[in-house]
Design a protein around this ligand. Structure first.
Ligand SMILES: [Zn+2]
Length: 126
């Protein structure tokens, strides 16, 4: 199950961000997954929750955004969402279309909260 590896890299990216912004606490991380990236969002969520359990990031929420496969027609320039693997242009019926999105696998956003003045120093980063 490669979702575990993905969950680990998401967490790694969050920790890198935390290192760059001391004094903040991440509350939600969002990932963008293209439908062709062959990632099961539910499996990813399961793995993510399993690896943060019992750590200082236990309360971190995961937001998953699934991107549909999009093609652009080389003849008329129309952009459209591909359904049922039919990549024909809906406008001019050309088969010469190129994939422009749908295989994303990236960090979309990270929501952080600043520690209140009273909370500074009370949280361990260990
Ligand atoms: Zn077209």
């Amino acid at each position: 199950m490669h979702e575990m590896g993905i969950a680990n890299s998401v967490l790694q990216a969050v920790r890198t961000e935390m290192g760059l912004h001391p004094g903040t606490y991440p509350c939600k991380v969002g990932v963008r997954i293209g439908e062709m990236a062959a990632v099961d969002p539910e499996a990813l969520r399961f793995c993510f929750e399993a690896i943060i359990l019992g750590t200082d990031l236990e309360s971190l929420a995961l937001g998953i955004e699934v991107c549909l496969r999009r093609h652009r027609c080389q003849l008329c320039g129309r952009e459209f969402i591909v359904r049922d693997y039919d990549s024909r242009c809906p406008q001019c019926a050309s088969l010469e279309t190129t994939c422009i999105s749908g295989d994303e696998l990236e960090l979309a956003y990270l929501e952080v909260e600043e520690y209140g003045p009273s909370a500074v120093g009370t949280k361990s980063t260990q």
